[in-house]
Design a protein around this ligand. Structure first.
Ligand SMILES: NC(=O)c1ccc[n+]([C@@H]2O[C@H](COP(=O)([O-])OP(=O)(O)OC[C@H]3O[C@@H](n4cnc5c(N)ncnc54)[C@H](OP(=O)(O)O)[C@@H]3O)[C@@H](O)[C@H]2O)c1
Length: 344
């Protein structure tokens, strides 16, 4: 099989360079174009010496002509960028994986309310496939356009999927989630400065975060009716990682939850259900595409607590995008994704 030609729009951002880290080792990929408006003309390995000897390209401007030569284009750009180029690329026969939120929500009104802009191609929302492979693998296989999930939604949805599929959730789901600072991207902003985010801890967007409608939509895909969701994100003074603690009322005691989770994920290469009583750590997944999960029923009460951890830049973004890429091209699921997490 000849190599698949890919382009990356937004190659200087954190998810863009993470895509590069993964794709330079992917045996079926040839990287044809990597864009940055600010750094165009500069060699990629001048900006990211971590890639010296692994890629011999310079950043280019994002042009549909160049990207149109690719088989697939990854958009690692802010919300609202991909939607302006995707219709033309699809017309040219290019497949697309968008790491931003442009195609994640099915309802255009909801999208416009949460993202505060007009959608440039609402006619593509129905066709776009929500790329959480553990939920939607079959649709991803034949997709032209994949909406890669958000980082919090990945950790939270994988945590509740077994319970939702089994119809065990009763009442409001409470997701209390924490992210490292790289979740906010590489652009300069005061809240991401070391002296602002370091040695401190806070919640944000309690009254409403853009990932809320995405998670609710995913819950609906799992079980028809989406339960009420309370989602509280927090900023952690670390670089990578998400830890989600999700509280679900499950009065039914007849199901062995450990068994339920293990069965649900037994064929999933990137979800690791830990032994009963475990407490997953973000550093146990650092740099890898793995989501580690533990399920608890404290004091044998009605509330089940699910702990799930991912690396926001890998399973929460670039790694999941490569996982979707492998599925779209019928490749081995773990191709380019076999990294063991970094420890310490
Ligand atoms: N960071 C995470 O953990 C994470 C996780 C899941 C999903 N996401 C999503 O993934 C996307 C990228 O996130 P990130 O953290 O990598 O962002 P980032 O670090 O801010 O990088 C953004 C990239 O997009 C390029 N860009 C910005 N505006 C552009 C435009 N109008 N046209 C073309 N390129 C443009 C930038 O380069 P130039 O300005 O030089 O062109 C840069 O390379 C976002 O939508 C984010 O919500 C991020």
């Amino acid at each position: 099989m000849s190599k698949i030609k890919v382009g990356i729009v937004g190659g200087t951002g954190y998810t863009g360079v993470e895509l590069l880290r993964l794709l330079v080792s992917h045996p079926q990929v040839s990287i044809a174009a990597v864009t940055s408006r600010a750094e165009q003309g500069k060699r990629i390995d001048d900006i990211y010496p971590s890639l010296r000897g692994r890629i011999d390209l310079a950043f280019t401007e994002p042009s549909v002509e160049v990207l149109g030569e690719c088989d697939l284009v990854f958009f690692a750009t802010p919300n609202g960028v991909a939607m302006k180029m995707v219709p033309t690329l699809l017309q040219q026969g290019v497949r697309v994986i968008d790491l931003a939120a442009d195609f994640r929500l099915k309802d255009v009104q909801t999208w416009q309310e949460w993202y505060g802009m007009e959608h440039a191609c609402p006619e593509l929302l129905e066709e776009a496939v929500y790329g959480l492979p553990e939920l939607n693998r079959e649709a991803v296989e034949s997709a032209r356009l994949v909406a890669n999930p958000g980082c919090y939604p990945t950790a939270i949805q994988l945590g509740v999927l077994p319970l939702m599929r089994a119809g065990l959730c009763n009442g409001t789901i409470i997701a209390d989630a924490k992210s490292g600072v790289s979740g906010a991207g590489r652009q300069a902003q005061v809240g991401s400065l070391l002296c602002e985010a370091g040695d401190s801890f806070k919640a944000y967007a309690v009254s409403g975060h853009r990932h809320l409608p995405e998670i609710s939509q995913g819950l609906g895909m799992m079980a028809g009716d989406a339960p009420e969701l309370v989602f509280v994100p927090h900023l952690l003074p670390m670089i990578r990682g998400i830890h989600a603690t999700t509280y679900v009322s499950v009065p039914d005691r007849s199901v062995d939850l450990q068994q339920l989770f293990e069965n649900c994920y037994k064929n999933e290469p990137f979800v690791d259900v830990l032994p009963a009583g475990s407490h997953p750590e973000t550093r146990s997944v650092r740099g890898s595409n793995i989501c580690r999960i533990a399920v608890h029923r404290p004091g044998n009460g009605d509330t089940v607590v699910v702990l799930s951890v991912i690396d926001n830049l890998v399973k929460g973004a670039a790694g999941q995008a490569v996982q979707n890429f492998n599925i779209m091209y019928g490749l081995e699921p773990a191709l380019g994704l076999e990294q063991v997490p970094l420890s310490p």
